[in-house]
Design a protein around this ligand. Sequence first.
Ligand SMILES: Cc1cc2nc3c(=O)[nH]c(=O)nc-3n(C[C@H](O)[C@H](O)[C@H](O)COP(=O)(O)OP(=O)(O)OC[C@H]3O[C@@H](n4cnc5c(N)ncnc54)[C@H](O)[C@@H]3O)c2cc1C
Length: 416
Amino acid sequence: MENYDIIIVGGGASGLCAAVESAGAQIGVRVALIEKLPRVGKKLLATGNGRCNLTNTSASAKSYNAPDFAFGAMSRYGAESTVDFFGELGLLTVCDSAGRVYPSSGTAASVLDVLRFEAERLGVVVMCDTTVKSAVYEKGLFLINGALSAKRLVLACGGKASPAHGSDGGGYVLLESFGHSVTPVFPSLVRLRTDTSFVKPLKGIRAAAEIKLEIDGKISDDAEGEILFTENGLSGIAAMEVSRAVPRLKDRQSCFAVLDLLPAFSYDEIFERVRETARRSPNLLVENLLNGILPKRVGMAICSGISGISLSKPASSLGERLIKAVVSEIKAKRIQVTGTNGFGSAQVTSGGAELSEFDCRTLQSRLVGGLFVCGELLDIDGRCGGYNLQWAWASGRLAGKSAAESLLNQKEQYLR
Ligand SMILES: Cc1cc2nc3c(=O)[nH]c(=O)nc-3n(C[C@H](O)[C@H](O)[C@H](O)COP(=O)(O)OP(=O)(O)OC[C@H]3O[C@@H](n4cnc5c(N)ncnc54)[C@H](O)[C@@H]3O)c2cc1C
């Protein structure tokens, strides 16, 4: 039996931070990090399209689904603290106009490397190719796979999103083996599946748009940014942003994505432009009428969806009523949403470890003393833009620090 003070299960974003924070908290603490894949941080390398959007300067507890709980970690390790933390490890970062922070190298490998090297410097024992299949608590010790023991255990196994990067929901099984509950989990930040009549012909086209998610006639969420038309729906940051509510739809609830394909212009401005184009060039075919304001295929798809409009007729065939119909479609194109893609292509899991069973100030279990949980395994998720990694860093650091502090407190009590 190999004995450690603290064992961390999961070498992703939150687990690496927990390892660094706990090993750095006091001299001599023996920390092991267990990762099932051949290397730690595989998912990190894929984040931000390989650039790793590691935090967002506007991130706060309110950026998450459970702000009161998130406050515990975010008040101590917010976005500024994340930038300082990585700065101390030698990472230079840059920030874009939307507050998204990236490594100055432009590559996620830099973020992973500084964490790996720091864990090594602090003497963390990293065990890869090792899946934790069982964890039991006996007489003050956690026994892992019947071969390792630890005084404190930190679960940092991630959720179910993107299982190719190691997070396949196995962490929920470990949590449940300790008597913890797990709320229903859903894929989030994921492609929307829609009625295909409008999107399929536009497959591969990207547009800067505003997207509103309308459920039973009420707007439930909205986002502005890039959308990408796909064979069976909508992708791109803006579409993924509003995906959170879709897997939770109840039977017979209606759901539409409402696209504003020219958010920078008002209805009246677009109307004037289109009417003027039709007036100046009455022989221009309708299929080319919107070429100056939208990608040609998008313009054609808009016009061809309106009854009474023929693409092969001249622009002069459109009266004011039909031009208004065209502009209305540009400003509020309604596309029926039928669902989302699954966990395989989701970036984040929504749902997870039941928050009321953990102390948000330490991330320690209220059911099993010495058990800590962090990262996406908890029922916390946020929007695109660096918020999810921010949660992983903040919660990982808090869990790691709390685990080390609780060891120290125990030692002091014993000595007294
Ligand atoms: C393609 C993609 C791009 C993304 N881009 C961004 C971005 O730019 N910015 C952002 O903020 N967020 C982004 N995210 C989300 C972000 O990566 C996650 O929220 C974050 O990585 C969660 O960290 P975690 O430590 O909780 O879990 P993970 O990073 O999933 O790590 C969990 C680790 O635990 C290991 N593990 C699981 N079970 C066991 C077990 N039983 N035994 C041993 N090891 C185990 C896994 O192999 C994995 O390495 C992206 C996600 C994806 C999929």
